[in-house]
Design a protein around this ligand. Structure first.
Ligand SMILES: *Cc1c(COP(=O)(O)O)cnc(C)c1O
Length: 425
């Protein structure tokens, strides 16, 4: 599959049936797997042989779909998780334990910000947040002796800032740590962070990858490029023996290509169990089969809606990296020449009252906390996800009270614009 183009990988990657086998990925709806001898099973528990024994750790359906996502991102190994939150937690915690430190872009998904700044802080992991637009000097100044990873989002949800992946990768590598990029919004159809220097890529597959609002899920992809043994002292979990697996050393036994995902599966999935159900992995694969067809349409609709809003007198400002007036236009063009995604943010004069009145009038665009769905949806953070914050706090967080986030679906763009137009009037 490696030699095929991305459209072909979306449709056929990850699973190649043999003679007489199911054409579609089979759903292996089984918690457990049968062996002829205890010795056979023992080899699995020692990581001496690869195979399945319990669906809390691994399941063949999940692995077919993970292999497709690895192929799409250009990675060497991947795994599915129960949610995007689990994917980001696992990706970070696999290399960053108590006493460690993370450098993260400040412009990230609220759930991830909470995960890093509150929950992981309780585990004794500190973080320094930097603006995605910071200078190289400011970025380098955020690193410490105990820094283990750098984190950012290709296109941030909901701020729609664009990460300079090359700048962040260079800083991470010069400090001997990997760059982890959450690539949920552009998907590998529009951006492949590994090609720009990212080492680990994560996804909330709940969004465009599923794309139909059907299944919550996540994924982690390893580029296979980061040399853990070259930074032996920083990553003892990968470079020293794991006593829970009879003293194997992941980076030695599975190499750069397999160590990260093998450790993440055999330790974190074993102990936390945030596995995606095989049924959900099957739904996710149906979404992936049309991802390359859907993404250009989401981008086209987002562009049309952003251009319409920008010209409307009642609209104060619009954020969409595909607009020439957007501060991220040039950088988005570099990393995402085919466009980013279909999410547009805009601000109305008149704060939350105006936003509420406007949204009440929408007929096609539904009010939801979701994004990246086939159906257009919208949200006013000030009256929903961020309603506990005052106007001043909202402004400081870059989310003015009148801000509305529209996730443009796959409908006809003229119908979407007509809906927005009648609601604005
Ligand atoms: C939604 C989202 C997440 C969290 O994913 P869930 O599947 O909801 O757990 C993480 N990162 C980004 C960029 C997201 O949009």
């Amino acid at each position: 599959m490696d030699n095929y183009r991305i459209d072909t990988k979306c449709v056929q990657g990850g699973y190649t049936p043999g003679n007489g086998e199911p054409r579609q990925i089979p759903i292996i709806q089984s918690t457990t797997f049968k062996y002829d001898t205890s010795e056979d099973m023992g080899k699995l528990f020692d990581l001496e042989a690869s195979g399945y024994f319990y669906t809390r750790l691994q399941n063949p359906t999940n692995d077919y779909v993970a292999a497709k996502i690895a192929a799409l991102e250009g990675g060497t190994a991947a795994m599915l998780t129960s949610s995007g939150q689990a994917a980001n937690f696992f990706a970070l915690f696999n290399i960053c334990e108590t006493g460690g430190h993370i450098v993260s872009s400040s412009s990230i998904y609220g759930g991830t910000f909470n995960l890093i700044s509150v929950t992981m802080a309780k585990m004794g992991i500190e973080a320094t947040f930097v603006s995605p637009d910071c200078s190289v000097e400011e970025l380098n100044a955020a690193f410490r002796e105990n820094t283990k990873a750098v984190f950012g989002e290709t296109i941030a949800n909901p701020a729609l800032t664009v990460l300079d992946i090359g700048k962040f990768a260079e800083a991470a590598h010069s400090h001997g740590v990997p760059l982890i990029v959450d690539n949920t919004f552009p998907t590998p159809v529009n951006c492949r962070p590994i090609e720009w220097g990212a080492d680990i890529v994560t996804h909330s597959t709940t969004k465009y990858m599923d794309g139909h609002g059907v299944a919550v899920g996540g994924a982690i992809v390893d580029s296979g490029k980061f040399d853990w043994m070259a930074h032996k002292d920083k990553f003892p979990g990968l470079t020293t023996p794991d006593e829970s697996y009879h003293g194997i050393t992941y980076a030695e036994k599975f190499g750069k290509e397999g160590a990260f995902i093998t450790k993440c599966t055999s330790q974190l999935m074993r102990d936390f169990g945030c596995i995606q159900s095989p049924q959900n992995a099957f739904y996710l694969n149906l979404g992936l089969e049309s991802l390359h067809v859907r993404m250009p349409k989401h981008v086209e609709n987002g562009q049309a809606v952003a251009e319409f809003l920008e010209k409307h007198p009642k609209v104060k400002s619009v954020s969409f990296p595909g607009l020439k007036s957007d501060p991220y236009y040039e950088i988005a063009k570099k990393y995402m020449p085919k466009g980013g995604c279909g999410v547009v943010s805009f601000e109305l004069d008149g704060g939350r009252e105006a936003a509420g009145a406007f949204m009440k009038k929408l007929k096609l665009a539904a009010i939801e906390t979701h994004v990246a769905d086939a159906r257009t949806c919208c949200l006013n953070p000030a009256t929903s996800t961020h309603r506990q914050m005052t106007d001043e706090q909202l402004k400081a967080a870059g989310i003015p009270a009148g801000l509305i986030r529209v996730s443009c679906g796959l409908e006809d763009k003229e119908d979407l614009i007509a809906d927005l137009k009648q609601a604005l009037e």
